[in-house]
Ligand binder design. Sequence first.
Ligand code: AMP
Ligand code: MG
Length: 398
Amino acid sequence: MLTVEEALDAILSRISPLGSERVDVVGALGRVLAEPIVSRREIPPWPNSSMDGYAVRAQDTGTGARLAIVGRVEAGALPTRAVGRGETMRIFTGAPLPEGADTVVPQEDVAAVDGHIEVGRAFERAAFVRPRGEDVRVGERVLEAGIVLTAAEIGLLATLGYGQVRVHRRPRVAVLSTGNELADLGTEPGPGQIPNTNTYTLMAQILESGGDPASLGVAPDRLEAIEGRIRAARDADVLISSAGVSVGELDLVREALLRAGAELHLWQVSMRPGKPITFGSLGSRPVWGLPGNPVSAMVTFELFVRPALLKMGGRRRLSRPRVRARALATVPNPGSRRGYLRVTLERTAEGLGARLTGEQGSAILRSMVAADGLAVVPGDTVVPPGGELEIVLLRELP
Ligand code: AMP
Ligand code: MG
């Protein structure tokens, strides 16, 4: 059986970033930039006022200074003349500074009377003026390829005139659920049936990982049916199925993948929940067969699929943040497999504390609903109250 690290290495070594596409700038939020951005604009394009006030020459200010108002310039307009010695021009925030002026005196600091202003004190040269190119110079490389775009970068791109930008493609991920017992959403489960959960948790996890999910529905536990669905997912970059990967007679996913032409690279990983997991390649496309229990499917997705989808989308940072916390109650991990145990986190006087969400059964989805993170606990270990835990964060810290 492989360790989690060995399995993840085996997976990531077979995953490459997808190519790029051009998208509208706002749609690029959260995507990975695939081209460096060099500015073709000077921002701001000319010196302008950062206040409503009066454009002046700094050397004309000082105690008792009195300047003649010779014009007015608003944002969006150009000054119609220059400012000479002993003169000033009314100016508004964002308006271009007139020739001759080098400083702005805020309106709060002057008394305006009879077409003149009285300035009570000296102002330093360039006060309240935003110089040309203060933010961005022409030719400056402002964004590097490989960064994840946030709101600030979107604003910068728009400022530089980019209506569209080149980003890494999002992986298209087909999701298949297998099992005779499954009733899909929209159908009331009949006798012996249970609702299909995994298609929906997985599609949501795919979205969270920057992927573009599509459902292949539910296949019954028949080899040809599963194989047919796998073959139908031709447009997808990635295929993920759940259930049917264990050793039972009805566990047909591995066989169906092989029949559809897949090469399988790994099967069992020493972890709890989720020991049976299949990873393979269908041509150049990665495929995963995740376990059927809803918590196992979610946790194995977290550990083995999410990093791969992030990598395909061009991300460099593939792992969730980890924190350390003290156990607020005993955390047992019986059995030799490493545990990824659902915990809630709370802030205590001694720092971050963690406790199990309750029963850790791999079919208890509400243990994931309650979980802030997964405590990584070695096999055959009992962490006593006060003991240290390493936690993979699934949500923001409380
Ligand atoms: P299997 O790996 O097929 O033996 O499935 C393990 C357990 O997960 C069984 O109890 C299944 O009923 C359950 N299961 C499988 N697929 C799903 C699904 N899509 N949604 C909810 N439970 C499932
Ligand atoms: Mg089954």
